[in-house]
Design a protein around this ligand. Structure first.
Ligand SMILES: [Zn+2]
Length: 174
């Protein structure tokens, strides 16, 4: 069988020179790997999530390009400037794009049907990903009638807040 990869001396580049799938079919057995882990939030995410616990949606403003990004960022991805000015954003905005999920698959955090959307909060310069809810999602035609890309929505807060993104239960049409 031909060599799969040609490897440069310094091992930085690999070039595929010949690749063929094995002709033999291998027996397999199904295993699901679960990998829970703790992710260090750092000061910016900590402040953002503390804000949610207090019912506030916080973003940061770049002193160079003046853009307000939400969730808050440590640095501006456009200018690479530190973003140290904190802004409390309005809890209303408009939908940029959305998707009705009615298919169940492994790893979902919510039981379908649900709508996931990009929400452009007023005074922000980017969109926030979250759920749209508060109305019956079982009839796709009715959902289409209610959901437009310019639809106005506002945050609905969870009864119990834990300092995570689900402190906002969803956004609902206004
Ligand atoms: Zn910037």
């Amino acid at each position: 069988m031909a060599e799969k990869y040609k490897v440069d001396k310094d091992l930085v580049r690999m070039e595929i020179v010949d690749f063929t799938f094995p002709e033999k079919e291998y027996r397999t057995s199904r295993h699901d790997t679960v990998l829970p882990y703790n992710w260090a939030l750092g000061p910016t995410w900590t402040r953002f999530f503390d804000g949610l616990k207090e019912g506030k949606i916080l973003g940061t403003r770049c002193k160079k390009c003046n853009k307000v990004l939400v969730p808050a960022r440590t640095f501006c991805p456009i200018c690479y400037e530190d973003m140290q000015e904190w802004i409390e954003l309005p809890q209303e905005g408009s939908i940029e794009t959305w998707c009705l999920v009615n298919y169940k698959y492994y790893g979902q955090v919510k039981e379908p049907p649900y709508i996931i959307a990009q929400i452009h909060l007023d005074k922000a310069d980017c969109s926030l990903t979250h759920f749209i809810g508060g109305f019956n999602l079982s009839d796709p035609d009715k959902v289409r009638g209610k959901m437009k890309t310019v639809s106005r929505v506002k945050a609905v807060w969870s009864k119990e807040k834990h300092g995570d993104i689900y402190d906002i239960a969803h956004f609902k049409p206004v």
